[in-house]
Design a protein around this ligand. Structure first.
Ligand code: LLP
Length: 430
């Protein structure tokens, strides 16, 4: 049973010390005693491992990796990846500032996103980002105008919507025709004429991203295959398509899923687009950080309901939104490892927020829990802290990084008094 409990905690960085879980040699309870709960806890070593296993598979093919900042944008986390040589995929001026602050050079930054503002485009061009991925003709015109105003020439890749079903959750599917992303593959005919009039941009390539948490290489192969055809046909029409950005979306195991390995991803890329002579790039987020992070929380009460037993924890949906938003599964692991003869019961693990969607697990079989117990929500490093908020008047959750026995608070908890200070009451009301 215990082995199953720990299945989503990478054994390379988790161990047990005196019957308790420890990350890279640091007991979770030690950190909890110092900083209070809830908090995100990241393993620097696991981040490096994930980065290196993908880079080892892709670098020989000449594929550059632009880490999708939206998955986890903490400056310390991104600094670790920057030191590994990571580029960044950003979707806002804020993420550009974060990437630069973490030490990723502008020359390794790709700017994606469906609604970039004038100010963001100008900021990116002035900073000298590697490439802007445009998602519409309207946006191409906007980039052309702003580059002209700045006296620059913008390097732009056009994001194509390949109309491929990624077979993932509807809310994180992006490559179907009815999604807002990219230009429909069959609307590229207009490019020839329109590009002639855009004198301040250079179409350097194409981009695609079909969704997130994709568990089979099949949709990737299909999408990349379509991109291959488009590259060839655009080249025939005289466009120098030199770059191909293949997006992110590589799935991971939250429960027992079988996720594609870096080797399988590399092989899919090689066989579909490897011979085009394009500079290839990918934009993974989740697969780099998800299993390098957990959310540590404490049981406040075990509440006996009429039919159910609720474990009420001190983390809420404001701290980890994924279960409420996508019905996502996160393994729940007690920090004090249960003895082999411990009883298991069914729990609904819930937070304190005043919504029924504030539920981390339903009818979960867990070792007996009691008030005060620390538990971990596993595989929470991606889209955890970045999506956290302050709903219900809560402090913004803190983030802790562990690196070979050392640990540090890398985002402090933002208390309510400070948040109140962000607001002001107009003089006519006060
Ligand atoms: N590139 C683009 C253009 C994207 O939109 C995304 C993710 C990525 C790369 C990175 O995808 P990844 O490798 O992480 O799958 N909040 C959701 C996931 C939203 C993904 C949005 N776009 C979740 O918690 O599951």
């Amino acid at each position: 049973m215990t082995v199953d409990l720990l299945r989503r905690l990478p054994p390379s960085c988790w161990s047990s010390i005196e019957g308790e879980l420890a990350l890279e040699g640091v007991k979770v309870s030690t950190i909890a005693a110092k900083v209070g709960t809830p908090f995100y806890l990241y393993s620097a070593e696991r981040l490096r491992e994930n980065w290196r296993s993908l880079a080892d598979a892709l670098t020989p093919l000449g594929v550059s990796i632009h880490y999708a900042m939206k998955a986890c944008a903490n400056r310390a986390v991104v600094s670790i990846l920057a030191a590994e040589g990571a580029g960044a995929d950003i979707v806002s001026g804020g993420e550009l500032a974060r990437a630069l602050a973490a030490g990723i050079p502008a020359s390794k930054v790709v700017f994606s996103g469906v609604g970039k503002t004038d100010a963001e485009i100008a900021q990116a061009l002035k900073t000298g980002v590697h490439q802007l991925n445009a998602e519409s003709y309207e946006e191409l015109w906007r980039i052309d105008r702003i580059a002209g105003e700045l006296g620059l020439v913008a390097d732009v890749a056009l994001r194509v919507n390949p109309d491929v079903d990624a077979d993932t959750h509807a809310k994180i599917t992006t490559g179907r025709r009815d999604n807002k992303f990219g230009v429909d593959a069959d609307r590229l005919g207009r490019l020839d004429n329109e590009l002639k009039a855009m004198t301040n941009l250079r179409l350097v390539g194409l981009a695609v991203h079909i969704g997130s948490q994709i568990l089979s290489v099949k949709p990737f192969a299909e999408a990349y295959g379509r991109m291959r055809k488009l590259v060839l046909s655009l080249r025939e029409r005289g466009h120098a398509i030199e770059r191909l950005d293949l997006g992110g979306g590589f799935g991971i195991a939250y429960q027992n899923e079988l996720a594609p390995s870096p080797a399988e991803i590399a092989e899919t890329i090689r066989t579909t687009v490897g011979d085009l002579g394009c500079a290839l790039a990918v934009e993974p987020g989740r697969s780099i950080v998800a299993d390098a992070g957990v959310l540590a929380t404490r049981v406040e009460f075990v509440k006996e309901g009429a039919d159910l037993r609720f474990a009420v924890v001190d983390a809420g949906m404001n701290d980890l939104m994924r279960p409420a938003m996508y019905d996502s599964h996160h393994d729940i692991v007690p920090v004090r490892l249960p003895k082999s003869d411990v009883e298991y019961s069914l729990y609904d693990v819930v937070g304190p927020i005043c919504e029924s969607s504030d539920t981390f697990a339903k009818r979960r079989h867990l070792p007996t829990l009691a008030a005060g117990d620390l538990v971990l929500l596993a595989t929470a490093g991606a889209y955890g802290a970045t999506m956290s908020g302050t709903y219900n008047g809560r402090a913004l959750v803190s983030e802790i990084l562990v690196d070979s026995g050392r640990w540090a608070v890398v985002r402090r908890r933002v208390p309510i008094e400070e948040q109140i200070g962000w607001e002001s009451v107009p003089s006519w009301i006060a």
